[in-house]
Design a protein. Structure first.
Length: 97
């Protein structure tokens, strides 16, 4: 099943603000991992965020973290954040279970 990708307003701005050499691998990671298997956890790429209700998942692409939720047939990208700012982003934007 191929999932459709939807960017929140904040995530679209985050993506647009990335340097081109970072944006390309992030785009490729989203296309490769989120369109085909957004819930397929792995040790290095996809992690389910169990302590949070929202976002539900995190994709790691180099030093960038892509936070997203999965619904029936679609993936909503909520934020694209540098690794060093990821904890702060989760404190500010994450919804605890």
């Amino acid at each position: 099943m191929k999932y459709s990708i939807i960017f929140s307003t904040e995530a679209r701005q985050d993506y647009d603000d990335l340097a081109a050499y970072i944006r390309a691998p992030v785009r490729d990671g989203i296309d490769k991992h989120l369109q085909q298997g957004p819930k397929r956890e792995s040790k290095s790429k996809i992690k389910r965020l169990r302590e949070l209700e929202k976002p539900g998942y995190r994709l790691r692409v180099g030093d960038v973290r892509v936070f997203y939720d999965v619904r029936a047939g679609e993936v909503e990208v909520l934020g694209i954040v540098d690794k060093k700012n990821a904890d702060e982003w989760l404190r500010r934007r994450g919804v605890r279970s």
